[in-house]
Design a protein around this ligand. Sequence first.
Ligand code: NDP
Ligand SMILES: N[C@@H](CC=O)C(=O)O
Ligand code: NA
Length: 458
Amino acid sequence: MAFKVGLLGLGTVGTGTVKILLDPAQRNPLLKDVVLHRVGVRSLHKPREVDLPPDCLTTDLAAIVSDPEVDIVVELIGGIEPARSLILEAIDHRKHVVTANKALIALHGEEIFEAAAEAGVYVLLEAAVGGGIPVIEPLKQSLCANRIQSISGIVNGTTNYILTRMQKEGGSFLDMLEAAQHLGYAEADPTADVDGWDAADKIAILASLAFGERVRRSEVYSEGIRQVTTTDILYADRLGFVIKLLALAHRVTPPTAEPDQPHVIDIRVHPTLVAKGHPLASVNGVYNAILVEGDPIGQVMFYGPGAGAGPTASAVMSDVLNIAALLTVERGNSAMVSATVSAAVSAAPRSDAPPVLDPLLACTYHRYCTIASMEETHNRFYARLQANDQPGVIGQLGTCFGQHGVSLESVVQLENTGDRATIVVVTHEVREGDFWQAIGDITALDCIDEVANVLRVL
Ligand SMILES: NC(=O)C1=CN([C@@H]2O[C@H](COP(=O)(O)OP(=O)(O)OC[C@H]3O[C@@H](n4cnc5c(N)ncnc54)[C@H](OP(=O)(O)O)[C@@H]3O)[C@@H](O)[C@H]2O)C=CC1
Ligand SMILES: N[C@@H](CC=O)C(=O)O
Ligand code: NA
């Protein structure tokens, strides 16, 4: 019983996927039933790392998604269009879909999953978050009995790779970005990685799976890592922290709230000082980790390679095999029915209703959650200030923070050059809006040259 795959894209992840498909030895036996039928690319003349069967490669991607022989369409071209239209067309032709495209799912998930539910097909996306780390299916299935309270993690391999190398080698941001691009970790436009949009796509997807309600991608607050300097990395280190780009989501609504009201979710992405003893602090390089807190499980952490050809292809192929397994059961059952129930069944009226989907595998959320305004969230902060090195400066800072109810955990003067001083402040947890009002007043003080950087602290 063969299942035919129509693959869209033969770049980093597409190539990794073909390598698994063409080398089934000692993997799951079901892989032998999965056949690579067509591969769609932009250019037929690029050198490729894999030897494809003759006539497999095409630039006509529309023909792949409507090909009657294709059972599963694997979308690995990335971006919004033409990926969105091709996936919708594939669904319309009743193909199951596997995608690694978090940007598309975060933005157009509602349209895609509603079309899939109507057509009775699956759209699976294990590769879209955490690369090779199994996290989407565990959230949908293994943790489904839990009430999830929070998800926090490092979900972008490129920025974690850059920050780790900046920390360990003091290298320049641009050199490290180039290395991440060369290794195939970065998006086609690496702005999505560096500015936190890729991590925001991923936390929007994780939060909707964890909390059972859709998240409007446009409402997810995100800051990238451009403003993180080697000076901040050094000062953070002296204070006992490392700096990581964290994606955070937690349910603000208590479990006792009315079930018909949408949940309020605090969700954001920003560079964060993480205490060296925290489990996320030692996640380095291209590795990702996702810490889930639920009731009754407590804490569970998923860890592994978050980007790159092989790990991401491992996740893509797990989805393909999940679908192949379901199709094996479906075809086996219908063969049994047609063999045993003959005349009576064939005389009955045929139903065109789509097949019923496994509710733990399909994503069928019907309402949007409410996102808490950033001003109302509570955070700890690190602020690096340039000031006059004169008596009373620290007192004035303390007064300004105090007037806005911001309590300080530590204030240290880390460096002096001539009559200038660098002061680093770490606050206790405060209301975000109050902190920024205090910073506004501090900026206006005569003794302060500038607030050079502000970062949040976990
Ligand atoms: N790289 C990674 O580590 C990870 C990537 N992802 C996601 O996987 C997806 C693919 O990423 P990646 O493999 O890195 O991307 P690449 O840029 O390496 O590959 C893209 C492929 O798609 C083809 N393609 C792009 N646009 C078109 C088009 N309009 N028509 C036809 N073919 C097209 C390209 O063709 P050609 O080869 O001819 O140029 C290329 O083969 C993205 O959604 C990405 O976000 C997810 C997790 C990790
Ligand atoms: N560009 C992404 C690729 C995987 O999703 C990353 O760096 O994490
Ligand atoms: Na994954």
